[in-house]
Design a protein around this ligand. Sequence first.
Ligand code: 13P
Ligand code: SF4
Length: 304
Amino acid sequence: MNEKKSTFTEAIRQLAKEKNAIILAHNYQPAEIQDVADLCGDSLEMSIRAAATDADIIVCCGVHFMAETAAILCAEKTVLLPNPDAGCPMADMVTPEALTARKKELGNIPVITYVNSSAAVKAVSDICCTSANVVKVVNAMDTDEVLMTPDKNLAKYAALHTDKKIHLWEGCCPFHNTLGVDEVKTAKAAHPNALFVAHPECPPEILELADSIQSTSGMIRFAGESDARQFILGTEVGLLHPISKAHPDKEFFAASQKMLCEDMKKVSLENIRDSLANLSGKVVVPEDIRKKALGAVQKMVDLK
Ligand code: 13P
Ligand code: SF4
């Protein structure tokens, strides 16, 4: 680690101790951010940890919807997003107004909302899901039809594992959705002994090529449990860091170097230091929205 990085890291750990703060980082965050965090995980693990922590401050190193989810679960805590510009293009593909109108059109069937969405959208949803628990959530619903938003690919993946009719929303992650079959075939040809592991945000034709379909932390666990030595990852390139760190004896390759989410790289060590020192970047969800959104998020967390 260079001198500047280690100075920031020391200052962050010191401030976190003084202020009783916990630092949560998503698996796609830059390596140095993951390394300074108390927990690095997928969206479900981040939510569960936020719900359970006794820290006074939660520093959420990820994008805006992740900090909002922590704020929804922890009304009495301060939630910081060190760079408030970090958003999620997929979360912006659905609004509460459009969702409410569609739900009404479909006869008020339950709405399952991917956590990659705003608090206002969660507030008009029946339950949330993540990539790790989507199949469990869909099958836990007591109706034959559900509406899923915003990710059409996640919904198509869930549809393969349920008898329920799933109505799609036309949203997607621009990075997972554009992974091409040719790119995967090229990566497979270059690494013929590797298993291909894909994230369910990828389109169906990519998932058909996969040896396993997993959330980001699911991929890390899968690599540990598998006898294979090499893996091609159909997900955002940031995952290469935690998966290689967890399994230094195995080799990992990105299916495409183009799968790089700029928003996920917006938090810096300097941002975290400043945010903790000045309590800047607070994410506050208005109480009426928070209470409604909590119903949907808590139901998901309780399903585990
Ligand atoms: P998971 O880490 O929950 O699989 O989510 C991926 C993602 O797109 C987060 O932005
Ligand atoms: Fe959103 Fe995709 Fe970036 Fe995740 S990787 S934050 S889903 S745009």
